[in-house]
Every structure is written in structure tokens, then in C-alpha cells.
Design a protein around this ligand. Sequence first.
Ligand code: FBP
Length: 317
Amino acid sequence: MDRNLALELVRVTEAAALACGRWVGKGEKMAADEAATTAMRRTLDSIGIDGTVVIGEGEMDEAPMLYIGEKVGNGSAPEVDIAVDPLEGTNICAKGTNGSITTIAMAPRGGFLHAPDMYMDKIVVGPSAKGVIDINVSPTENLKRVAEAKGCYVEDLTVVILDRPRHEKMIQEVRKAGARIHLIPDGDVAPAIAAAVDGSGVDLLMGIGGAPEGVLAAAALKCMGGDMQGRLIFMTKEERDRAKAMGIDEFDRIYSAEDMARGDVFFAATGVTNGELLRGVRYTAGGAETHSIVMRSKSRTVRFVESKHFFDYKPVY
Ligand code: FBP
């Protein structure tokens, strides 16, 4: 791709965050998600791309907007595939707790793994531990390898894990190995990115979360030179059939970030509520402030963008 579209994408995630930011703490996750999706959809159409949603809000019959296969952008070149999670962490936003973001990634046509809405086992680290993780070895062994690569003790590492009963065994093992754990209620994309940001306080993300979220994290990790492995978890025959229909035929394949997000990839995310990576939306008299991360794999430039928005000039919010 000739143009750097990353800064166009951050306008999209900012618009989504400004829209769903109004729903923080209101206990209405569907309304928050709808507000983010509508704003994201509208802003996407002002961008000069011929885009197709490949990771989105669901199938055409279950999502009114940003469904898989939907065309977005103003229709001009380049042809790109789009992965979105207009509000990642709907419950977090509804409760007003930490860690919800709006997020989008873009790749040349055919660049993203078409991950169905199912689970993925994931392990994620930043550039300083690239090449040492292996999803097939125990958490203890991975922690030892990451500590060695980072030149620290296992006790110095912080691992983010979704707080779910399915992770109980892993949580016990990580505790026994001596690492610190940050259990999160939802939202595993932001901590995956945080693992690749120096000084974020996150060293690894481990465990099973959503597969579409895995592809979004892979896009970000690729831009940052981090490392990730993901393996789809099939719970039912329907999930296998669905994956097959979406072009997946190696069911036990381990995907790297590069396998999930190929080519010149762009990524943007904006904080909705506060988190380790980004500050949430703050409303001020007549406006609001947003905090975003935006990046491109080709240049590896990672930008943190602080924006001030004035509603007299952007009445739509
Ligand atoms: P939302 O769809 O409500 O935004 O939740 C997102 C999420 O917490 C992801 O971050 C995570 O990968 C996945 O859901 C975990 O799924 P589950 O809640 O089924 O364990």
C-alpha cells in the first residue's frame, strides 16, 4: 500500500470511543456496542479505501452493521480487508471498569485469518521475548524462557489472564512458578498490546479468549515486533464446519502473528475506559479528550495520539 492509512484509522476508533464513551457505567452493553458500531461504520465510509469486513460484528443475518462481508470505505483503491471490534469489552464499558477499547485493523485483501466467532488459545509477549515462547510447552517453561530472554526473574513477570474457570489450572501453575498475575474480567486485546509496550507493567498474556480478538491482537503485535501464538479451540462439530467454510482446514495449526495478519498491516485502538495501555474518554466542557495507539507494520512506527475534540465543530458527538 502506498499511502499511510494509519492516521485515518485512528479517526475511526476515536469516533467509536466518543460515541460509546457516553454509555460508560450505564449498565447497557448492547447500547454501548451499538453506539460504537454506528460511529465506526459512518467514519469508515469517509476513508479512501475499497474495504471488506472479514472480522466484524457477526454474520450478515445477525449483525446490522460491520457484518462479515460488508463493504466499507468510499470505494476507491486500495482494496483492503478490515478487522473490527467496535467496542472490545462491552461488559467493562457497561460497568465503567478498566480496559475497554475501540479497535480496528487493516490489511491488503486476503491478509487476515478469517477467524470464526469461537475460542483461541493464546500466548503473547513483546519484542524482548520474541522467539522463545511455545504454546505447546507448560506455562512454567514459557515463564522461565521469557524471564531469561528479558534478563529478569520469573517473579518479576506479570501475566494477564482472563478470570475464567477454564483457566484455574493455569492460574495455579503460574502462581506456583512465582510470577505475578493480573486477572481481568474481559477484554484481552488491550493487555496483549500492552505486553509489547515497554513500561506497561504487562509481560505476557496467556489463556483462551475470542479468536476474532486474537486476530486483532496479532495485527498489533506484528506492527510492534512482538510475538504471539494462537490455536483455535473447537468446542462443537458446528464450529469445525463453520471454520472449514471460512477456509480453515488445519484444525490444530498454531498460528503466529504473521500467519494471522499478513502484508502491510495497520492498527488503531482508542481507550473507552482507563487501562494499562490507554486512558479512557474524558468529557470536558464542550468537548472531550481521547487517547489512542496507532501503528503500521511496514514502518513499525507506533504512535500514541492524544486528541482534543470540540463538539461545536463536531456536532455529531
Ligand atoms: P465482549 O464481546 O463483551 O466485548 O467481550 C470480549 C471478550 O472479553 C474478549 O476480550 C475475550 O477474548 C472474550 O470476550 C472472552 O470470551 P468469554 O467471555 O466467553 O470467556
